[in-house]
Design a protein around this ligand. Structure first.
Ligand SMILES: C=CC1=C(C)c2cc3[nH]c(cc4nc(cc5[nH]c(cc1n2)c(C)c5CCC(=O)O)C(CCC(=O)O)=C4C)c(C)c3C=C
Ligand code: FE2
Ligand code: FE2
Length: 351
């Protein structure tokens, strides 16, 4: 093992005033809507054992021998439909949210608070961002994965990346990680208000569908709380909107591979609704903090085509909370609560 195995801050002043850091982490996105960029993004993402729980050597052969031959070009085509002049919607939206949170916390928190943004896959990595924040004087770090519902495949993988980074730091900062906020009252309220505001502007459809990203059923059977948390978000939101089960349904999107994922599947559900005579279908995706490929392309384009193709009149996608005031205020409050006792966040608290 080399002598300098641990990353440290040699030559620093130990009296440097402490700062607190908030690290937002989102999934990550390719650098460009091209097959080569998709290939390296998907290799990292789908090579994560948290995402694909399969015997390693067998999966490696399938991933490199089959999937990475065809999927990059297909996915690049999907990304090209939603790519903006500023880049990938997921990146642009996450950066705007981080900037808005930084502005808000700089105003409302007593101490110096630095907000960073990392991507679990691609750039900037969790490791780079933590090291950079530490060099800037961050001694207390709160990590907020941008996933309201916990899953080992999403939040759990962010925790892995943080833990791997910490193992290599000579003097890791004090650490807290937010595990999820699926039932947070402020979050449910923000979702409900955004849906009500959208209805006030566009009128109300015949039915509301909440579509969450799916995962394999096998993971839920092994103890992943994701399904439970999606159901809780759905129920709380339904109660808050004053709807009954005939007016609001839930489904799961984005299935990859052959094994059964959480059901009902979104594509089958929108086709069934069209066949049952639903004319205007409203869809919200409360599992996505910011809009991305999965909402803007898969729901608002692909599933809209499935719906009208099966006889429906219009599928209308209600945008994610993104960098809305409601989202920023709610995440700031969530951060303040989880940072309880840290002097940068709580005036009068001891260090
Ligand atoms: C194949 C396994 C996958 C699991 C399990 C999975 C879980 C999961 N994903 C998200 C959030 C997002 N996923 C996104 C894209 C995406 N997801 C998978 C596969 C799995 N996801 C793939 C292969 C892709 C890439 C696109 C494609 O080729 O189809 C995105 C969007 C990223 C973007 O750039 O916009 C998000 C966000 C969650 C929350 C989750 C578990 C709960
Ligand atoms: Fe995904
Ligand atoms: Fe997808």
């Amino acid at each position: 093992m080399p002598a300098h195995h641990y990353t440290g801050l040699a030559g620093q002043s130990y009296d440097q005033p402490a700062q607190a850091g908030v690290l937002l982490v989102n999934l990550g996105t390719p650098d460009a809507p091209t097959a080569p960029a998709l290939r390296s993004y998907l290799a990292e993402f789908l090579g994560d054992p948290r995402v694909i729980e399969y015997p390693r050597w067998l999966w490696w052969l399938i991933l490199h021998g089959v999937i990475l031959r065809h999927r990059p070009a297909r996915s690049a085509h999907a990304y090209a439909r939603v790519w903006t002049p500023e880049g990938s919607p997921l990146r642009v939206g996450s950066e705007k949210l981080a900037a808005a949170l930084q502005a808000r916390l700089s105003r409302s928190a007593p101490g110096p608070v630095r907000v960073g943004l990392a991507m679990r896959y691609g750039k900037p990595s969790v490791r780079e961002q933590i090291q950079q924040m530490q060099r800037a004087g961050v001694r207390r770090l709160l990590v907020l994965p941008l996933y309201p519902q916990y899953s080992g495949t999403s939040t759990g993988s962010v925790i892995d990346a943080v833990a791997d980074t910490f193992r290599q730091l000579r003097w890791p900062p004090e650490l807290r990680i937010i595990n999820g906020y699926y039932d947070d009252a402020g979050h449910i309220d923000a979702l409900a208000q955004s849906i009500e505001r959208w209805w006030a502007e566009h009128g109300r459809g015949d039915r509301l569908l909440l579509s969450f990203h799916g995962i394999p059923q096998r993971y839920v059977a092994a103890g992943d709380p994701y399904l439970h948390q999606c159901q809780a978000t759905g129920r709380l939101l339904r109660e808050r909107l004053g709807l009954d089960a005939s007016q609001l349904s839930m489904s799961f999107q984005s299935r990859v591979g052959r094994e059964p994922w959480l059901q009902p599947y979104t594509d089958e559900t929108v086709r069934r609704f069209a066949a049952e005579g639903v004319r205007r279908l409203d869809i919200a995706c409360p599992g996505f903090a910011v809009d991305c490929l999965e909402t803007l392309e898969e729901i608002a384009m692909q599933n809209a085509e499935f719906f009208t193709g099966a006889g429906g009149e219009a599928l209308r996608y209600i945008p994610a909370l993104n960098d809305s005031d409601a989202q920023v205020a709610n995440l700031a409050a969530l951060i303040q609560r989880h940072a309880h006792g840290w002097p940068e966040f709580t005036s009068g608290a001891a260090a």
